[in-house]
Design a protein around this ligand. Structure first.
Ligand code: G6P
Length: 528
């Protein structure tokens, strides 16, 4: 999911109910709507689940001197926010917003979401030093682990110094989590590759704590993982957890193989457990998902319908013009460049679609402090304008490239309008855009094209499964989608919608926590 941004079609957030907070401060979302957030938490929800991730779900910033609150971007926070709204508890995460310190109360806590009327949870912010951000988050996590796990090996930019910063980052989180456990003992659910050492650090101090970790991105095979000089430390940090969950069974197999090869750990394949240094870790696979009902209901609202009318006008989508859609963080793993090449091929091979089909690409800048991302963004922009220059004519151009953040209801309007959506990641743990598109397709008329390299293609098999490395094949799949009979489109979309209805994010969290042996009463939040 892509968070709220400076899109002119942005949804207004409702003001939070008065009186919840002991000290009110006026802030606004980036849409300019005033709301009230607390600077000191008084009412806290009654659950004790402790979720930990590097990225926080909401950050505060100063915009022209005013305090603003916004959602952050990425699949992790978009999936977990609705879950935490239901369960309550505490989410421990890096306070990355420049005005985050101004909005926390004692214990670095702030109650979120800012627009909630009833269900809220605690966000506990962790303050990272500039070295921890630079070397730990940007360096080791984003320039080493991310490209390594996505098997884009040329982009691995390893430096020894990154490792000590990564360790420091993990220690910093451990301090906050251990303090949280002392105050409100509860199961700890760690998320993603930025925090691989955390289970080990928690267990060292509180051996009887229950710790689970969900790995959101792909796990590579031993031939790739051996590149990492700290492979043993990383595996040992993870294996301290009671339960490790991956997106697919394939990643579980690769992880078990790495644990066996690099640590000599004992793998029990019939029970999906790994034993190392006398500790047994359960390995499971659970595909992350979206809040199907929320998105589907939102897609049917009058608000989204009027946003669709507005968007049609804004994008110049007149009667008879078909629309394709791509929605991605500007990340090289999303395969945007190859997608644009495929569009180039499409309009060259099938010129009859010039003036009759437009591809809207929403591209959300991300990790722009990392050189590889900056360069990628430049190449993407240049390629879009080259292709537009090559095929444009009569007031029409093939790619409408929208760079920036976009508010969720506007995004849902785009999803609902789109005749087809293309997810062409070169490698992707899951890809929630694919699932958001299906959830928004309430008219059941659109076609999903999903990369065989994304975890989502294991489940959404009624989409057209495409190979991102084959631009001609992708171009032909776009044509196939545009020419697919209505009855087939509906049948495919309906099947995928039915699947997501029963495999939504709430089911995912329940299954993950059950795998982790977390009792249901530990997580009985205000939403039940
Ligand atoms: C992916 C990762 C998340 C990360 C998100 C956004 O979804 O799995 O851990 O939060 O990208 O990236 P960022 O670096 O901005 O947190």
């Amino acid at each position: 999911m892509i968070g709220a941004g400076n899109d002119p079609l942005m949804r207004k957030l409702e003001p939070a109910p008065a009186g919840r907070f002991s000290k009110e401060s006026k802030v606004e979302t980036l849409s300019g709507t005033h709301l009230i957030v607390e600077s000191k938490v008084e009412s806290l929800s009654g659950t004790d689940l402790i979720v930990v991730s590097n990225r926080e779900p909401y950050e505060h910033r100063r915009l022209k001197g005013r305090l603003v609150c916004r959602h952050t971007d990425g699949g992790l926070t978009s999936a977990l926010d609705p879950v935490m709204r239901r369960l309550g508890g505490t989410w421990v995460a890096w306070g990355s917003g420049e005005a985050d310190r101004e909005t926390v109360g004692p214990g670095d806590l702030v109650e979120v979401p800012p627009d909630a009327h009833s269900y809220t949870y605690r966000l506990r912010r962790v303050w990272l030093s500039p070295e921890e951000v630079k070397g730990g988050y940007l360096g080791y996590a984003n320039e080493v682990l991310w490209p390594l796990c996505h098997v884009t090996l040329d982009r691995v930019a390893y430096l020894k110094a990154f490792w000590s910063a990564y360790r420091a980052l993990n220690y910093r989180f451990a301090d906050a989590v251990l303090d949280e456990i002392r105050q409100r003992p509860g199961p700890v659910w760690v998320h993603d590759f930025q925090l691989a050492l955390l289970p080990g650090l928690i267990k060292k101090t509180v051996p009887d704590s229950r710790v689970a970790l969900f790995w959101h991105i792909p796990w590579p095979g031993p031939d790739v993982f051996r590149i990492l000089p700290e492979r043993r430390e990383l595996l040992e940090g993870l294996l301290a957890a009671d339960c490790l969950t991956f997106q697919t069974a394939g990643y579980v197999r690769e992880f078990a193989e790495c644990a066996h090869q690099f640590l000599g750990a004992e793998v029990d394949r019939s029970h999906d457990t790994v034993q190392h240094r006398g500790h047994r870790t359960k390995l499971t696979a659970q595909a992350i998902s979206v809040d199907f009902r929320y998105i589907s209901d939102l897609a049917k609202t009058a608000e989204v319908e009027s946003l669709m009318i507005l968007a049609r006008r804004r994008l110049g989508i007149r009667q008879g013009i078909r629309m394709g859609l791509g929605v991605d963080r500007l990340d090289y793993t999303k395969g945007l460049l190859k997608r644009f090449w495929a569009l180039d091929t499409f309009f060259t091979r099938y010129p009859q679609y010039r003036g009759r089909f437009i591809f809207v690409q929403v591209a959300v800048p991300t990790r722009s402090e990392v050189e590889a991302y900056r360069r990628y963004r430049e190449v993407i922009r240049e390629t879009a304008s080259e292709i537009n220059a090559r095929h444009a004519g009569g007031g029409w151009h093939p790619i409408e490239y929208l760079e920036g953040r976009i508010e969720f209801s506007t995004l849902v309007a785009y999803y609902r309008m789109a005749d087809l959506a293309v997810v062409s990641s070169v490698y992707d743990g899951m890809n929630l855009v694919a699932k958001e598109y299906v959830a928004s397709q309430v008219d059941e008329a659109g076609v999903l094209l999903v990369s065989q390299m994304a975890g989502a293609s294991d489940e959404l098999t009624d989409g057209l499964i495409v190979n991102p490395y084959d631009p001609e094949g992708l171009a032909d799949a776009i044509k196939q989608a545009l020419e697919m009979p209505e009855e087939e489109r509906r049948r495919r979309m309906r099947t995928m919608r039915r699947h997501l209805q029963t495999h939504d994010v709430h089911g995912w969290v329940d299954r993950c926590l059950r795998d982790a042996g977390v009792r249901s009463e530990d997580t009985q939040g205000p939403g039940g």
